[in-house]
Write a protein that binds this ligand. Structure first.
Ligand code: ATP
Length: 434
């Protein structure tokens, strides 16, 4: 059943241009995926929804876009060179490779074969800067975007003249040489993160952790995800990452089980302290109103763009008797409105094209004049387009069109001149509640 649904989603994504296997004409490459026209649009909309929630609708967070390749000493100070490892084992019989935490206490899940001793494997991708490939030229592709924020803490503080508490938000690619990637775009080797690091007075960190975990849960609900499919998971002592004193995951119930969507961590002063020590730069914060000096604690919210996109697709996917429908919220749906002439004559295409041209200035529009109108509706339902406008014989008489809603398939008639306003209202319902 679970596989069945994932297979259907993967197939829809390929067929309709959401996600393709990467380098497909060469047979694909394990765990790498490309976003097609609709996927690229959906991804942009998710990024924008997050970016606005962090840096537009609040007054305490600045944006940043740091380099993917950083000074290699960043990754020594952060603990990644020594500690960002997974223990892996191989099955002597079927030769498959597993992460130890996936198979602990079991023999090889499918074949029952004997497992090798565990070996540690660093997940960072290594490369070399410049033409000489020696130890001095080693660099890493960042395995998380967070470190770009920590090393710019003073820069942002000074240029924005912020006072603690404040945050820095960043969206960007991260790379992990995962031992076992899989479940479509759930776990990839190249992926994108949306991270916000919030700098606070040490004694207020626990309070901020509470605030942020509530905020972030609400964000997924506003994104249109069903609340009953979301839950928190608090890390137990032995699940805590090396940098965190307390950590929560927001999990979603995927067809393959409850899985992490986002981590919300109290990272204490671990990162700034280590970077301060390693770089020799004083990363203390000086509060000129109280005269206090301290290294801020950091409350981190770390989400994945790709994982959020998968969640949106899985959550929105529904099979009804006569149609497949993606109930994406209008704000993130790749195409907002389909515009159709009922038939390809009597001046209808011309009017429909004119309407499309007008609406294009405000939103992503798809014009379609091929096949029966019922089929055209179904095609838009399947990719999640929330509204369709049809030009018919009556349009020529009284300048009205039908506006069809994807979710209940109901149609209303309205004047062409009312369309931009009505669609704008319907589209921004979500945003206004932020
Ligand atoms: P996991 O336990 O699933 O490996 P993690 O705890 O290592 O995840 P974090 O380091 O907290 O994950 O990363 C924050 C977020 O980045 C995750 O919640 C997820 O949304 C995203 N993410 C991490 N690794 C991947 C990956 N390999 N592919 C896609 N998204 C990822």
């Amino acid at each position: 059943m679970a596989n069945d649904i994932m297979e259907k989603i993967v197939s829809l994504c390929k067929r309709r241009g959401y996600v393709y296997p990467s380098s497909e004409i060469y047979g694909g490459i394990n765990s790498c995926w490309d976003y097609g026209p609709l996927g690229a649009e959906l991804k942009n909309n998710i990024r924008r929804f997050w970016w606005k929630s962090m840096t537009y609708f609040r007054d305490d967070i600045e944006g940043l876009d740091a380099s993917i390749i950083m000074h290699p000493r960043v990754w020594e100070a952060s603990g990644h060179v020594d500690g960002f490892t997974d223990a892996m084992v191989d099955c002597r019989k079927c030769k498959l490779r597993f992460r130890v935490d996936e198979v602990s206490g079991k023999s090889c899940p499918d074949c029952g074969g004997e497992l090798t001793e565990a070996r540690l494997f660093n997940l960072m991708f290594r490369t070399h800067i410049g033409p000489v490939e020696d130890d001095a030229s080693i660099a890493y592709l960042r395995p998380e975007t967070a470190q770009g924020i920590y090393v710019n803490f003073l820069n942002v503080l000074n240029t924005s003249r912020r006072k603690v508490p404040f945050g820095i938000a960043q969206i960007g690619k991260a790379f992990r040489n995962e031992v076992t990637p899989g479940n479509f775009i759930f776990r990839m080797r190249e992926f994108e993160q949306m991270e916000m690091q919030y700098f606070v007075k040490p004694e207020t960190a626990q309070e901020w952790l509470e605030t942020w975990r509530k905020e972030r849960m609400q964000w997924y609900v506003k994104l249109g995800i069903k609340a009953e499919k979301l839950r928190f998971h608090e890390h137990t002592e032995d699940e805590l990452p090396h940098y965190a004193s307390r950590a929560f995951d927001i999990q979603y119930e995927f067809p393959f089980g409850w899985k992490e969507l986002e981590g919300i961590h109290n990272r204490t002063d671990y990162d700034l302290k280590n970077h301060s020590k390693s770089s020799g730069k004083d990363l203390e914060y000086f509060d000129d109103s109280t005269g206090e000096r301290f290294i801020p604690y950091i409350v981190e919210t770390s989400a994945g763009v790709d994982r959020t996109l998968l969640t949106c697709l899985v959550d929105a996917f529904e099979e009804e008797e006569n149609r497949v429908v993606l109930r994406l919220s209008p704000e993130i749906a790749p195409v907002k409105v389909g515009i159709f002439p009922l038939v390809k004559r009597d001046g209808m295409p011309e009017i429909a094209k004119k309407i499309a041209a007008q609406l294009r200035r405000h939103m992503k529009v798809f014009y379609d004049e091929g096949g029966s109108v019922g089929r055209r509706y179904r095609r838009q339902d399947e990719v999640g387009t929330p509204f369709c406008v049809t030009v018919d014989a009556q349009t020529i008489e009284d300048d009205t069109v039908t506006l069809r809603n994807r979710d209940d398939m109901k149609q209303v008639r309205l004047k062409v001149s009312e369309l931009p306003g009505r669609l704008g209202e319907l589209m921004q319902g979500e945003e206004n509640t932020q």
